[in-house]
Structures are given as C-alpha cells and as structure tokens.
Design a protein around this ligand. Structure first.
Ligand code: ATP
Length: 511
C-alpha cells in the first residue's frame, strides 16, 4: 500500500515538474480538486480525445458527433431525474471531522478483503512455482472461499440499502462491518444523509428559483434533447450513435485523488440509439468494443477488469464499469450503461414533444432504447500517465525516468537537437524542423548536453530524438534515437518523415 502511495505521489510530482498538470490558481494556494493542464498535458489530453473520437465517430459510419452547450433548460434536469436523485450518501467522522461517501467506505472495505485473497494467491503462487493453478486455488482454498462469500454478502447488503434508499440500514451496515475512519481510526460516525451533486447558478440578473440553472453533471442530456434533430437532419437510421466530448461538473463530496475525481472534469460520451429489446446484444457489443479500445494501448491486460453493477442508476437496466488498476487500486474508468428508454420518455413527458423514431423496417414508431458508453478524459489521462511512468535501471548504478507513452498519444513526437550550438548545426536542425512540423508536433532544443536533452525527452515521453551533427552537413544524415530501446541509428533526412509517421500513427491502434 505504502509503495503504491509513493508511486502515486511520484506521478503527481512528475506531472507538475514536466508540465503536464498544475494545481489550479496555484499562486493563491490552489482550489481544491481543480487542476489545469499544462503545455505537455494539453497535448496528451488532446491525443486521448482524438483517439476516442476517431474510434467512435470516424470508424463508425453510423455514429456522428455533437457539441452541445453546458447550460441547458432547467427542466432538462427535472426530467432526467438529477434534481431529485443525483445524490451521494454523505457521512462524517466526528473525531477527524472528515467527510466520506458512505458507499465508498463500504467498497473500500470490500477491496481490503479482496486484497487479502490476492495476497494468499500470491503466496501460494510463490510456494508452488510453475505447478500453480490460480483458478483451482481460488475455487478450493478455504480462506479464499470464505472471504469470497463474505464479499458477496456485503455487496448484496450494500445494493439493498442503496436500492431501498434506506439510510438508517446503510448506517447500520457501516457499524456492523466495524468500518473505521482512515484518519482518526474511530467508529464515531454521524448519520448518513443525501447530498445533491449539481452546481446551481443564476441565469441573467433575476434572482429566484425560476431562474436557477445547473452546470451539466453529464454530457448525455445534451445528446438526448438533440437526438431527433440529428436523426432527421443526418437522415440517421437506427441503430445509430451520437458522440460528444465536453466538460461536466459535480460537487463531489470527497475529491482527494488528484485528477481522478474533480469537481470540473471532461467526459467522452456516446449514446447509441437502438430498437427496444435489442439492448442486451448492444450492451455486450459495446462492452467488448470499449475494452478492445483500452487494451490496444498495450499496457497489458492485467490492468483492466469489468465490474458488473448490482446497484443500477435510476435509468439503467444493465450496467458495467471498466475498471483500471490505478496506483491506488482498481477503480472505475468507464461506464457502459443500458439506459432503456428512460431519458427519452422523460423528455417526452416534460417537454410535451414527441421524441419517436419511425422505423421503416418495422413500419412503426417507438421511443428508441439507448446504450451509453461514458468515460472521463481526466481519468483516462491519469490511467495513461501513471502506467507509462517508469524508473528504469540501466545497470552500473545508472537509471532513467521514462514515460512509456503509446507513441500516438505522446505530446511531442520528435525532438530535434543540434549537437552543438554552432557550425551551422542549429540552422540545419531548424530546416528539418520546418519540414516535420507540418505533420507532427516537434520540439527544437539546443540547451545542455545531448545526454541531458535525451533524458528530458524521455521524461515527457517523446518517441524520437533526432540529432544533427557535423556529418549531417556533409551527407544529409542524422541519428535518430528510439525512446524505448535508447538505440541510435543513422538515417537519411528524407527518411525521417516515414519513420516517425509509421511509429506515431493512430491507425495501428485503431486497427
Ligand atoms: P464514481 O462512481 O467514480 O463517482 P460515476 O459512476 O458517478 O463515477 P458516471 O456517472 O458513470 O461516473 O460518469 C462516467 C465517467 O465519468 C466515469 O467513468 C469517470 O471516468 C468520469 N467521472 C465521473 N465523475 C468524475 C469526477 N468527479 N472526476 C473525473 N471524472 C469523473
């Protein structure tokens, strides 16, 4: 645990030191749970968004994009259920005065039990060596099975108190499990109460209830209210999808994990409109498709798992998360939700407008069902950054810090480095830069020794360093150094374009 916490601290300080993420308004000591993306961060973030957009919109003939306003008519949020039901259960520890989400306390408790099982598995694996069969061990070991039963029981209890919205029973569950506050170590808890996560503000200069509008807590509703406009003007046929990337705002109770949970964040959501009754087929399709998108980045399959929801949001009939192994454990990265016709039916009712689709195949009108995929850009950024960051032992007491980013996501694709700041080398390097910059985000750097410059590029994940030396002036060749292997090769300048293009292209990821 402590080692992981250390890893996480390293990620945060690396993000700051190398221009990825800064605390917001830092000169005023920052604003809690709010962060700014710096010069390298914004590039990485844009590349993540591009990877998502290409795979969703460009690669699917039947998915189109949208960019709806953050402000929406206030009735939207009554219809969607957010005014009444977008709450989290809040609990305080009276000794530490720390505030928690009650469901998160229980989930963390479950995770601790799971960790014990994982430890037993790891121990047994060590003892039995190659002969070890994990599946068999898990299905026969007494302690592991007992803990699995315990986990199932707690999960069932948690979903029951949540589904019944029974706050008294919820509190009882926390007491029964003997959950202690991680800060004070005490069980001295307050009652649980519901807390609405929406940020309200005033529209124009007239105060009062009628003019209260909300900063959207999800981008999805902008898609729902536009679905018929898009369907008609785009002549879309069901099944079809609408994809959107944009900011969302939630007044989170606890936001302590860097960019994992913020009050202002960005979502990439896609709503897929389908025939009623076909939702399970599409649910499975999108679960698989989205998992593939993640795994194509090449971090390793062990970083991902599905978590099927027992407690559904008020709109869903099936829901699963793709969880990612962050430095602080497996946590939700993306949600895949079967939202039924809940949202569109609600909007029909509250707006009094028909939101039906005429299906020429069935020769009938209906309110489509919706399958949603929803991922946080910032969480994805954290997943990528924390997994890519490595401290490599180079032997002979040497080491390097390297950001093993998938080249397609790297902020800078190539750094162009004149070996020395004289003899016409800077001019030659600039010439190369002037060619490459049309296709790739490149960086020119002449300060410090070449070794130091390599290290700096490693730390921001630049796939290639191109060094211009005296030989370059004679025969138009340069050395190109690969970030992963650290090997250098001498190549002709006119080969650079294709070497870099091949390595950093998104096509490979998308295929
Ligand atoms: P959690 O249970 O972690 O609060 P959620 O289930 O409420 O998340 P959704 O409503 O399904 O999240 O939102 C979809 C995605 O948006 C999440 O998978 C996550 O990646 C992202 N997200 C949600 N809340 C935040 C936040 N406060 N900060 C950053 N990203 C967020």
């Amino acid at each position: 645990m402590a080692a992981n916490e250390d890893d996480f601290k390293k990620v945060i300080s690396h993000a700051k030191e190398f221009g990825f993420v800064f605390p917001s308004s830092e000169i005023y000591d920052g604003l809690s749970a709010t962060y700014d993306y710096a010069q390298n961060g914004v590039e990485l973030k844009n590349n993540i968004k591009k990877y998502w957009w290409m795979s969703m919109v460009q690669m699917h003939e039947n998915i189109v994009g949208l960019d709806a306003a953050i402000f929406m008519h206030p009735t939207t949020w009554k219809a969607s259920g957010h005014v009444d039901a977008f709450n989290d259960p809040l609990i305080d520890n009276k000794d530490s005065k720390k505030r928690y989400r009650a469901d998160v306390l229980v989930e963390d408790h479950i995770e601790k039990i799971r960790e014990k099982n994982n430890k037993d598995v790891a121990k047994a694996a060590k003892r039995f060596g190659d002969a070890f069969n994990e599946a068999e061990f898990r299905s026969t070991n007494g302690n592991v099975l007992r803990r699995e039963e315990e986990i199932k029981k707690i999960e069932a209890q948690l979903s029951e108190v949540q589904n019944n919205e029974d706050l008294v029973a919820f509190k009882q569950l926390i007491d029964d499990l003997g959950i202690i506050c991680p800060v004070s170590g005490s069980k001295n808890w307050t009652e649980i109460r519901q807390f609405n996560l929406m940020f309200g503000t005033e529209l124009g200069s007239v105060a009062g209830d009628a003019s209260t509008i909300y900063l959207r807590p999800e981008t999805a509703q902008g898609i729902f209210v536009n679905y018929l406009n898009v369907q008609k003007t785009g002549r879309m046929k069901i099944p079809f999808g609408i994809a959107q990337i944009g900011k969302a705002f939630r007044n989170e109770i606890v936001a302590r994990q860097f960019i994992f949970r913020m009050r202002e964040f960005e979502q990439m959501e896609m709503q897929f409109f389908i025939q009623p009754g076909s939702q399970m087929k599409w649910y499975e399709y999108w679960k698989e498709t989205r998992m593939k998108w993640h795994k194509a980045l090449g971090f390793g399959d062990e970083y991902y798992r599905f978590h099927d929801h027992l407690k559904m949001a008020h709109y869903a009939d099936a829901a699963a998360d793709i969880e990612f192994k962050f430095p602080f454990g497996f946590k939700e990265l993306e949600g895949i939700h079967s939202r039924t016709d809940f949202d569109l039916t609600q909007h029909e009712e509250f707006s009094g407008k028909k939101l039906r689709y005429f299906d020429p195949e069935l020769n009938e009108s209906y309110v489509p069902y919706v399958l949603e995929t929803s991922i946080g850009v910032d969480r994805m950024f954290l997943a990528v950054l924390s997994t890519a960051l490595k401290e490599e032992d180079l032997g002979e007491g040497k080491s390097r810090v390297v950001l093993n980013l998938p080249p397609a996501l790297a902020p800078i694709k190539a750094a162009i480095l004149p070996l020395v700041k004289k003899d016409g080398l800077p001019e030659k390097a600039r010439e190369i830069m002037d060619v490459l910059k049309f296709d790739h985000n490149c960086m020119y750097e002449e300060k410090d020794t070449v070794g130091k410059r390599y290290r700096r590029q490693d730390a921001i994940g630049t796939p290639f360093c191109i060094t211009v030396d005296h030989q370059t002036l004679e025969d138009n060749t340069v050395t190109i150094r690969d970030r992963e292997t650290m090997e250098q090769e001498r190549v002709a300048i006119d080969q650079l374009q294709s070497i870099i293009g091949d390595k950093v292209s998104m096509t490979k990821l998308l295929k």
